[in-house]
Design a binder for this molecule. Structure first.
Ligand SMILES: C[S@@+](CC[C@H](N)C(=O)[O-])C[C@H]1O[C@@H](n2cnc3c(N)ncnc32)[C@H](O)[C@@H]1O
Length: 285
């Protein structure tokens, strides 16, 4: 892409927007956001700098970001952050970008918590769920596990950055494999990979840049529910609850898995698009 020598702020925004036209639905907004990131200022400050000429290194940074975005790298991986539950999480290619729908899972978990509770987050990724719970519920302890060492590095970094590292125990674990058998939880939460294998290749290009390990839910998308739910009985206190994010059309099957494994009081929470998004069951055997 040609930068055209020197550019003023408003010209750079227009150039970036044009370049991103075929890539994203809001090219001007993303151009403004990437420019404000290049200038290390808030987007609202762009207006007062409208006629200022960009320094060479600022323009260089901006053009580099635009090129990345044109290659369908998600905006969040370029600016290395995503807001979730009001907190700023560091994200990069090692972790799934936390989604707004997953905030429903956190909110439902918080509603069911009481003082002193022990929570397990399976597949913690960036740590979004575990860290938000630790931040928003004062008296609790959280175990956060992931099979990906790289994801755990990001989650630990976020826990330090957000000041809750001492409330969370991070464990590299294939689901329950490395969780001590004598630890019993009040809640087990998870946003597991739930996309059907066959659908992976049809995903949006940006989503394909996220770790496959965070997306692949096996042939029927239910692989993780089938593995996690039956083993919850070894790790949940009697009356404890499992809370899981689910994908479109998975409610019936996951409810069945719950019922076959000693859970009752099944509840389903819809997201803003009216899609069943979170399923909750109480372990009562
Ligand atoms: C959909 S992402 C969720 C990330 C994060 N909890 C969130 O909601 O943004 C699923 C996560 O599960 C992890 N994962 C995949 N297979 C796993 C396994 N066998 N055991 C533990 N974690 C696993 C992935 O590495 C990924 O971080």
């Amino acid at each position: 892409m040609k930068g055209g020598g020197s550019l003023k702020v408003y010209e750079a925004i227009a150039l970036g927007a044009k370049e991103l036209e075929s890539v994203c639905p809001n090219p001007r907004l993303e151009s403004e956001l990437l420019l404000s990131h290049s200038l290390r200022i808030d987007r609202v400050k762009l207006a007062i700098k409208r006629d200022e000429v960009l320094k060479e290194e600022e323009l260089e940074r901006f053009l580099k970001y635009i090129e990345k975005r044109k290659s369908r790298i998600p905006y969040q991986y370029i600016v290395k952050k995503q807001h979730f539950m009001g907190f700023e999480f560091y994200v990069d290619e090692r972790v799934l970008i936390p989604r707004p729908e997953t905030e429903i899972l956190v909110e439902e978990a918080l509603k069911r918590m009481k003082s002193g509770d022990l929570i397990l987050d399976i597949g913690t990724g960036s740590g979004a769920i575990a860290i938000s719970i630790a931040k928003l519920f004062p008296d609790c302890k959280v175990y956060a596990v992931d099979v990906s060492e790289e994801a755990l590095e990001v989650a630990k970094y976020n826990a330090e950055k957000l000041g809750v590292a001492e409330k969370i125990i991070f464990i590299k674990s294939d689901i329950f494999s490395n969780i001590p058998q004598d630890v019993k939880f009040d809640l087990i939460v998870s946003n597991p990979p739930y996309i059907k294998k066959a659908e992976l290749e049809n995903l949006q290009e940006e989503v394909k840049k996220e770790p496959i390990l965070a997306l692949d839910g096996g042939e029927d998308g239910l692989f993780f529910y089938k593995r996690i739910i039956p083993d919850c009985k070894f790790y949940l206190k009697k009356g404890g609850r499992g809370l899981f994010e689910i994908g479109y059309g998975q409610r019936e099957e996951v409810e069945k898995i719950f019922l076959e494994n000693g859970f009752d009081e099944i509840e389903v929470i819809k997201d803003l698009a009216h899609i069943d998004r979170v399923i909750i069951g109480r372990y009562n055997s």
